[in-house]
Design a protein around this ligand. Structure first.
Ligand code: SF4
Length: 463
């Protein structure tokens, strides 16, 4: 019997056909009918060996000797016994000490076969009422999904490789790590996409790239700033996107590095950020609805002295600060820092500028050093210059099926949420999700941010 499904053994989630004989999984095959089922790796094909492993735990076991004893004295018990005992203890702890006394620890759905279970585990935790959950994440995950959220308001969106003018792979080798992406890249290449690979290692995709930048490990942020400098110095970036969908025009105070706010100018005003209106020649509180922005002429460069409630303050647009920060990364300095020859830097900048649309993915290679978060932000800002965010052939914010989340944070009572503890015992406040960081940006379609604001340049204040 062939049972369609998908492989849960890594992030690729390859579509599969599972061969079942006498209620036993005997083989796993690619399912070409599935969007991610064109191929499988050997790990996925070896899934029956995992299922049948002699070392696999198949039944609940109860310890009968004290912890620390060389022999735990494991005794097999039934599922009913195990569930009753665990549920009884959980109920007892909750009754005596409160649900917050029960801390959960959850592993990653990327590095384990947990992807189809994690929502239900989280539902259990939240319905139980504990605000205390310790999550594990991979070294490749934080910068990809969370550092991007600091800049975009969301994790790295889905690359539309099949329709891209340029495919940019930065520290990412999908041929080995994400087969579904590798398949989409192959199709994009057949459709005419050019390929830019940034990787110290000569991967198979690096060998076939139009340009391969063999960056010095750990120098990726300098490379991103240097490439951005080349694009801006030659005026080859999407100014319309920057004006409409980023916080480029918002004024940053020189005295404290924070955004100038409307309430800095008038006590009765709200906290809306302020830009310099070139039409009126004065400061203007910016609307949060992006549709109003195209009718405004907002300064992206310059230095403006503005009378606030506490006196004159000099301010500059966030984009001006970003441009200045990037300008320090001249081709010569960037080549020295990154070991990438100046001619290759220029070739890469030309590819990006001429692409029309850029689909990119930056992954594990970025996460192998301690500056991964800011590196990812530098890459995200470089990407914003292309104007490809959520555009066809770029990285898309795809619509999700309109289903009610089974594990929403609203399942925890606000009183319980306030009882969240960190490692030091200090309270952290209510849990947040990536899209709710208070001052990050959103691009064209990332609506999660309560600020409803736009893409954030890293040099700008974000509070
Ligand atoms: S790449 Fe391999 S392990 Fe990952 S989902 Fe596909 S078959 Fe499974």
């Amino acid at each position: 019997m062939l049972k369609p499904g998908y492989c849960t053994l890594c992030r690729s989630r390859c579509g599969t056909l599972n061969v079942v004989e006498n209620d036993r999984l005997v083989a796993v095959q690619p399912n070409p009918e599935h969007p991610t089922g064109a191929s499988m790796c050997l790990k996925g094909k070896a899934a029956p060996e995992l299922v049948d492993s002699a070392e696999r735990l198949l039944h609940p076991m109860r310890r009968t000797r004290p912890k620390g004893d060389a022999d735990p004295g494991w005794v097999r018990i039934s599922w009913d016994e195990a569930l009753d005992e665990i549920a009884g203890r959980m109920a007892d702890i909750k009754a005596r000490c409160g649900a917050e006394a029960f801390a959960f620890s959850v592993t990653t759905p990327s590095g384990t076969p947990l992807s189809d279970s994690i929502d239900w585990i989280e539902r259990l935790i939240r319905r139980y009422g504990s605000p205390n959950t310790s999550y594990a994440t991979e070294i490749c995950n934080w910068h990809k999904d969370f550092a991007h959220a600091f800049t975009f308001g969301c994790g790295i969106p889905v690359p539309d490789y099949r329709n891209a003018g340029l495919i940019l792979l930065w520290g990412h080798n999908p041929s080995n790590t994400w087969l579904a992406q590798a398949q989409a890249i192959a199709e994009g290449r057949q459709n005419g996409a050019r390929l830019l690979v940034i990787d110290p290692r000569e991967t198979a995709l690096a060998r076939e790239a139009d340009v391969w930048l063999r960056v010095r490990p750990g120098a990726d942020a300098a490379l991103a700033m240097g490439l951005a400098n080349l694009l801006m110095a030659s005026g080859r970036f999407d100014l319309g996107f920057i004006e409409r969908w980023s916080n480029a025009g918002l004024l940053v105070r020189e005295d404290n590095g924070r955004f100038l706010r409307a309430h800095d100018l008038e006590a009765s005003a709200d906290g809306a950020p302020v830009a310099w209106d070139e039409t009126t020649g004065g400061p203007r509180a910016m609307p949060r609805v992006t549709e109003e922005v195209p009718s405004l002429r907002v300064a992206l460069r310059g230095r403006f002295t503005i009378m606030t409630r506490t006196g004159e303050v000099a301010c500059r647009p966030a984009f001006d600060l970003y441009r200045e920060a990037c300008s320090a990364f001249t081709p010569g300095l960037t080549a020295e820092l990154t070991w990438v020859p100046e001619t290759d830097l220029q070739r890469a900048a030309d590819l990006i500028a001429e692409a029309g649309s850029v689909a990119y993915h930056a992954w594990s290679g970025i996460g192998q050093q301690r500056n991964a978060s800011q590196t990812e932000r530098a890459i995200a800002c470089l990407y914003a210059l292309t104007g490809s965010f959520d555009a066809p052939g770029g990285n898309r914010q795809l619509g999700k099926a309109p289903v009610r989340a089974v594990s929403g944070l609203d399942l925890i009572d606000p009183v319980q949420q306030a009882k969240r503890w960190d490692w030091t015992g200090a309270r952290w406040g209510r849990p947040r999700k990536a899209g709710s960081w208070p001052a990050t940006c959103t691009g064209r379609s990332c609506r999660a941010s309560p600020t409803g604001s736009r893409a954030c340049w890293p040099s700008a204040a974000t509070r």
